[in-house]
Write a protein that binds this ligand. Sequence first.
Ligand code: KG4
Ligand code: ZN
Length: 350
Amino acid sequence: MADVVLGIETSCDETSAAVLVGERRRPELAGLVILSQDVHRVFGGVVPELASRAHLTALPAVVDRALAEAGIGWSAVDAVAVTQGPGLVGALLVGVVFAKALAYAGDRELIGVHHMEGHLFAPLVEDPDLAPPFVALLVSGGHTLLLDVPAWGRYRLLGATRDDAAGEAFDKVATLLGLPYPGGPAIERLAAQGDPTRFSFPRPMRDEGFEFSFSGLKTAVLRVVRASDDLERDRPHLARAFQDAVLDVLVTKLERAVRATGHRTAVLGGGVACSRALAGLAAGRLSDGGLARVAVASPRLNADNAAMIARAGWYRLGLGERSDWTLDARADLPLPGLEPAPTTHGAARS
Ligand code: KG4
Ligand code: ZN
C-alpha cells in the first residue's frame, strides 16, 4: 500500500493538488493547493474552454507547490489519484493526462477517482474516525445526491434532483439577483442581512420522499424579482427567503433519510456544504435533538479540492484497485458502487 498519494483535481474551475502521507488507515494531509480560476467571474459562469486552458497553464506549478508544502519531492510519491469525472471533459482531460504522464514516467500507481466520491470522503480527511453506516447529502453545482452509505464504497441512492442541482439553483438565483458567480457564497453573505419574514418561497417536494426539484423555486424567485419596485431594497430579503427554502428542503429530506435508515450519523458534502447556514440548520435539527451526529468538512475541503480526491483514491488503492494507461476523462462517469433508488419510499413517507 502506498503511503504517499498525490491528488489532482481539475473537473471544473479549481486547479488543485494535494499530498496525503501516512499509515494505511490514517493518512494526513501534508500539502494542499487550490487555485480558483477568477477568469470566469466576468462571464457569470464557467467557460469550459477557458477552464481547460487555465488548468493547463497552472497545473504543473500547483503540483510543485503542493509537494513543496508537504516537504517532499516527486520521488517520494507512491501513487497519483486524479478526478476522472464527472465534470467538464476538457478540464478533466488536463488532470487525467497530466496524472497519467507523471505516473507513467515515474512508474507509479495511478487511480482514477469519481468527483462525488471525493466529496463524500472529504470529512474523513479531518475526521479519521468517521465511519459508515451513515446518510450522506452531497450537494454541489452539478449534483444533489441523498445516499444511504452502509459501508465505504457502497452507495444506495435514496434520491437525487429531478432538474437543477442545489448549487446550480444558488448560482441561477444569484444571477437573477444581480450577484456575482459563484452564487452560493454571495447569497449566503447577503441573506445574513435579510429579514426572513419579508418573503416566502415554496418548498418543492419537501413533504414527501427523497427526490429534489429546484427549478420551480428559481421561477418563483424570478416572478418576485420582476414584480419588485425596488430590487436594491428587496435583495437581501429575497436571498434570505430563497436560502431558507432550499436549506429547509435539503435538511428535511436529510432528516427523513436519517429516520428511515436509523443511522446515527449524517454527512454533508459538496460545495453547498460550505454554507454555514446549511451546517447550522442540519446541526440544529439533527444533532441538537440527539437524532444524529452531523459530519461536515471545513469549507476548504467541501469546495472542489484535491485532498478529497487523494483521500478517496487512497481508499480505492487500499482495496487493490488501480487504473491503467487507458484511463480517460469521462464527463458522465457513474458513481462506483451506486445501487439504484428503490421504486417506492413508502416506509419513509411523513
Ligand atoms: O462542489 P463544488 O465546489 O463544485 C462542483 O462540483 O459543482 O460546488 C459548487 C457549488 C456552486 O453552485 C456554489 O454556488 C455552491 O457550491 N456553494 C454554495 C456556497 N458555497 C458554494 N451554495 C450555498 N452556500 C454557500 N455558502
Ligand atoms: Zn465538486
